[in-house]
Design a protein around this ligand. Sequence first.
Ligand SMILES: Nc1nc2c(ncn2[C@@H]2O[C@H](COP(=O)(O)OP(=O)(O)OP(=O)(O)O)[C@@H](O)[C@H]2O)c(=O)[nH]1
Length: 393
Amino acid sequence: MLSVALAGKPNAGKSTFYTAATLADVDVGNYPFTTIDPNRGVSHVRTHCPCVDHEERCGDEHCHDGKRYVPVELLDVAGLVPGAHEGRGLGNQFLDALTGADVILNVVDAAGETNAEGEPVEVDDYDPVEDVEFIQEELDLWLAGIVTENWESIERKARSPDFDQEAALTEMLTGVGATEYDVMMVLRDIDYPDDPSKWTDADRERLARGIREQTKPLVVVANKADIAPDGNVERLREAADHLVPATAEGELALRRAVGAGVIDYDPGDGDFSITGDLSDAQRRGLERVREVMAEFGGTGVQAAMNHAVYDLLDRITVYPVQNETHWTDGQGNVLPDAVLLPSGSGPKDLAYAVHSDIGDGYLHAVDARENRRIGEDHELAEGDVIKVVSTAN
Ligand SMILES: Nc1nc2c(ncn2[C@@H]2O[C@H](COP(=O)(O)OP(=O)(O)OP(=O)(O)O)[C@@H](O)[C@H]2O)c(=O)[nH]1
């Protein structure tokens, strides 16, 4: 399963985002280090379910009227403060937790209510734009530290006649979550000496930054957009490559109201409707959330998850089926599975994503929408429904 990590300084709203996006119970409070252990949960990205183009709708619990929710892992990595790479705050344990993540949501307090340490300050006393660079700098420094720590061993290996520098760097960096492909891509783009003893600190920092950029794409979530002073979200947008304004608290209120049966709302909708009895205070609270949603097109929580997975990680959703006419699995369930594949994937990649045995026994595939066979080099597209024929099924 793809893994999305929430990172950001204390009090930015990570736990609130995490609770809203997973509906799990974690502590939420206005003091640093509310969350002590990295939390892992299941959240979803939202897409259009192919069942809307099919005579039989899927009864799957992840599809609401054609809104399809595809599971991804969400990781709440709390308590990062400047200097974490040197062990400050809850330091390295949280940076370690990020190594397994495919993409990071950098949750920033757009209201500027808290300083770099996550301590409450008067609004206007702290510029949240400073938080945009912070996670990435901490990651760069942390990775550069790991590279430096391992350098002596690389230099030792270099004394052996069959030393292969690229292989040695790959071995070291796969330990922090990079793949061989990632390392190859980064080494292709940077200039570096052939002899490890000639590397400077700047070379090692460049390598660390390249690996971070390659392995940890980052979306800035401008949270607390509901109370952010005018202009803050726009200034954050200028400072960040990828930004989604959000109100995690608003999303949490909506999901709780759905749980209480008083509103109709699906995560990612731009609006909601009130269907049950509410007190005046509850109604006022929800109407305030509605105003913020109107300004930003929604609460931003689902939008941030989607942006991370579909835009930054460039994934497509493909639906494997066993019956190409009814779009069902062996038990007759319509479109039971959705797989998030890298864009550009072919049917054999789908086969391997379903199960390595299905991939090993791959024979051919059928596009169920068109009801025709597709070749192994056929590029799959968002919403494809595919039957894989394999010796293993
Ligand atoms: N107005 C507003 N407040 C929010 C929003 N999201 C979170 N908060 C509040 O901000 C405070 C901190 O939120 P948390 O979710 O505990 O922050 P955190 O980043 O998880 O903090 P640590 O666990 O200390 O790392 C709480 O009082 C939340 O209610 C939001 O979208 N709008």
